[in-house]
Design a protein around this ligand. Structure first.
Ligand code: UDX
Length: 465
């Protein structure tokens, strides 16, 4: 029997291209418009270059002069595949320019996307300082009818607060719309995620603003991408809920791997069957050293802070954070199981970024894992194909080498923390020869245990032991 889904809330409509007729405002043929994107970071750059690729005229504002100069040359200060060529191509076609002057850049631009960082503050809530500075600057320089789009992940209620600031009574004759349009870009896959989103979320209580923002996407988006329209607060919550759920899902499978280990069950056999259930879904079921990145922990803590302020604490979210910290120690425990005491043990770490495909080490599990190994007296050496600069900042005392085999040389244990493809092609014979003791912890289940053991290495995976 076809499951009846709950009726759609009256203020939100899931619609794709075929059902655009149900949108109150008729969708006229999309045309390229003048856009401004404030913020030349990971999200801002992908968004600006992506919209330019659609055919819009985009200016991207970056206030940091060094980064601004780099961007003008079409260079970016971090690793993100496909992004440099996307930026270069759109600079050459004069669809994408960069500016260091916010006021000049917003003048005459119909839609202004804000994609600045909203980091975690000491209290655990989001630090919206950068955002508020922009709001007050914009309040002085916007014209009626312009649309502000919050692309950054912002605390629930920010859109409405922004609207008050921008339309405060000193500007009462002016009508500035504020839309929430959260991004769902994954680092290492951001360009593909931009052009092939699972959904576009547009939150606003004004049909005109919703339609114009939908038009921005329709100019270049593939047909059939669902556009979810709702109010500002709901769009803000969708972002937090999505990230918190993804972290919860990963945390669950990490714990299950920890349970499978002592029983001797292969967790990959378990997830193979779990993935076949559409209610569980095939993705985000790979055990690892713990989730990281600039979003998950920050967003979980913002959501928990909001919940606490509503006197409805999120018990599961709290457990997910705690479980993720235990996962770091669980990896150290596996190393200790192979090497015995960690004191003076030489440990080679393969992979420092929080996931493959990015140089980003923000909240990377490598940081607490390496700190714990060092605390127990281990001598750590590490290699990452992209994160060397970031590692120098996050772990200034860490000895860094430039390749896999310098990492394995004289090591008592080799530990894979990031699933870079080159770590799947290890020369085990050579590794066995150069290591001091033949131990390998594969915290990403990147390798086939039987293959590794056939070369005489002791192997521990995650839920594969
Ligand atoms: C995440 C969300 O996926 C994205 O939608 C949002 O816009 C930003 O935050 P990102 O942080 O770039 O994206 O990386 P993601 O691919 O989600 O991975 C997050 C962490 O979970 C990484 O440390 C990754 O290694 C880990 N992970 C992911 C697992 O350990 N197992 C998995 O199966 C998937």
């Amino acid at each position: 029997m076809q499951e009846k889904y709950p009726p759609k809330p009256e203020n939100s409509a899931d619609l794709d291209r075929e059902s655009t007729a149900s949108v109150q405002v008729a969708a006229s043929r999309p045309v390229g418009i003048n856009l401004c994107v404030i913020g030349g970071g990971f999200v801002g750059l992908v968004t600006a270059a992506g919209f330019a690729e659609f055919g819009h005229s985009v200016v991207c504002v970056e206030k940091d002069l060094a980064r601004f100069n780099l961007l003008c040359k079409g260079e970016i200060p971090f690793y993100e595949k496909k992004l440099p060529e996307l930026i270069k191509r759109n600079i050459e076609c004069n669809r994408l320019t960069f500016s260091n002057d916010l006021v000049e850049s917003v003048t005459g631009r119909q839609v202004i996307f804000i994609a600045v960082g909203t980091p975690e503050s000491k209290s655990g809530r989001t630090d919206s300082t950068a955002l508020d500075e922009i709001a007050h600057l914009l309040a002085e320089n916007l014209q009626s009818g312009q649309i502000i789009v919050l692309k950054s992940t912002v605390p629930v209620g920010t859109g409405s607060r922004f609207k008050q600031i921008l339309n405060s009574n000193s500007y009462s004759e002016r009508n500035i719309s504020v839309v929430n349009n959260p991004e769902f870009l994954r680092e290492g896959n951001a360009v593909d995620d931009f052009f092939h989103p699972r959904r576009i979320v547009i939150g606003c209580d004004e049909a005109r603003a919703i339609e114009i923002v939908a038009q921005v996407y329709r100019l270049g988006m593939k047909p059939g991408v669902p556009i979810v329209t709702t109010n500002n607060e709901t769009a803000e919550m969708i972002k937090y809920a999505s990230n918190a759920f993804l972290a919860t899902k990963i945390g669950f499978i990490n714990e299950l791997a920890g349970l499978c280990d002592p029983i001797g069950i292969n967790v990959l056999e378990v997830t193979r069957a779990m993935r076949l259930d559409p209610r569980i879904g095939p993705e985000f079921l790979s055990p690892g050293p713990g989730w990281g990145g600039s979003c998950f922990r920050k967003d979980m803590k913002e959501l928990m802070g909001l919940a606490d302020s509503m006197e409805f604490p999120l018990i599961i979210a709290r457990a997910v954070l705690e479980s993720n910290q235990r996962q770091h120690l669980y990896v150290v425990e596996k190393v200790r199981r192979l090497t015995g005491s960690l004191s003076n043990a030489r440990i080679g770490i393969l992979g420092l970024s929080f996931k493959a495909g990015t140089s980003d080490m923000r909240d990377s599990p490598a940081i607490p894992i390496i700190n714990e190994l060092v605390k127990e007296g281990a001598l750590v050496v590490a290699y990452d194909p992209q994160a060397k600069e970031q590692a120098r900042e996050c772990l200034p005392d860490l000895k860094l080498v430039d390749n896999i085999y310098d990492t394995a040389d004289k090591a008592d244990c080799l530990v894979i923390l990031t699933e870079w493809q080159e770590f799947q092609l290890l020369d085990f014979k050579r590794i066995k020869t150069i290591m001091n003791r033949p131990n390998l912890v594969d915290a990403r289940n990147l390798l086939t245990p039987e293959t590794v053991r056939r070369y005489g290495l002791n192997y521990l995976g995650m839920g594969q032991s």
